[in-house]
Design a protein around this ligand. Structure first.
Ligand code: MLT
Length: 267
């Protein structure tokens, strides 16, 4: 296994787990987690693909930037990382939730580098003004109090009810990650998500193969909302995952990996 930190053009250090050979799949985690949320997917696809599981700016072992880190900035970081890795062929980007928000921007800003898209439990619309205001308050609170209250608030929404009962170790591991994450990094991403645009109008132009994956019990990006995204994308398939909430790839890895395997081998 190769785990390395790459220094980008602006001096930012981005951590990536880089393993396997074959066409590259870039895994982009959700908020406020890190690359380890994709462990089951890396294990499943490392035999056939170069799996790149990154820690976004502000998370895991990557550099923290104070203030606001936009989804556009994170997308540019990914393009710079691919440059640092000398990967010039189009990649498959697999993003969950915030990773999906970054994926939209990656498509907009670096379309030539994107061959296929896997969107797990994410949204295309922007926050409501109230939702955005709440994010800004949470960002300030994280900076003054740390991330523990955020873990308490978010974990019940991230995991489906079944998972919380049958896989408490998964929830506990994510709690540890949230508690370890630097508050300034969490706050900066929260402000960046508050500022993200509505990308619904982009969807009909995204004529690359897309797989959408939604946990049946996802309380953050519900099935109906993901189905609306799928209906606007020209080349999308939508898989609904039973027994999972927002963190479907972690909660039901076998089902999600099966959907990803079929998608990667079909196109
Ligand atoms: C995530 O899982 O990345 C978050 O739920 C995204 C968000 O807060 O909108």
């Amino acid at each position: 296994m190769t785990q390395t930190t790459h220094v980008l053009r602006d001096g930012t250090e981005l951590f990536v787990r880089d393993e396997g050979n074959g066409s590259p799949v870039l895994f982009v985690h959700g908020f406020p987690l890190d690359h380890t949320m994709w462990d089951a997917q890396v294990a499943a696809f490392v035999g056939a693909h170069r799996c790149l599981a990154v820690d976004l700016r502000g998370f895991g072992q990557s550099s923290v930037t104070r203030g606001t880190v936009t989804m556009e900035q994170m997308a540019d970081d990914l393009a710079n990382l691919l440059d640092a890795l000398k990967i010039h062929e189009p990649v498959t980007l697999c993003g969950l939730s915030m990773g999906g928000y970054v994926a939209w921007q990656f498509w907009k800003r670096h379309a030539a580098r994107l061959g296929r898209l896997i969107l797990c439990d994410t949204r295309a619309i922007a926050d409501t003004p109230e939702g955005s205001r709440q994010r800004l308050e949470i960002a300030d609170q994280v900076e003054s109090e740390g991330t523990s209250f955020l873990a308490d608030a978010m974990l019940p929404k991230l995991y489906g009810s079944e998972t919380q009962t049958t896989q408490p170790e998964l929830v506990a591991a994510s709690r540890d990650i949230i508690l370890r994450t630097v508050p300034a990094g969490v706050a900066a991403a929260q402000r960046g998500m508050a500022a993200r645009p509505d990308v619904t109008d982009w969807l009909p132009s995204m004529s690359i193969p897309c797989l959408l994956v939604t946990g049946e019990q996802d309380a953050i990006s519900p099935v109906e909302e993901m189905a609306r995204i799928a209906s606007r994308l020209p080349l999308a398939k939508h898989t609904i995952v039973p027994g999972a909430g927002h963190m479907a790839p972690q909660e039901q890895p076998d089902l999600v990996n099966q959907a990803i395997r079929e998608f990667l081998s079909a196109v």
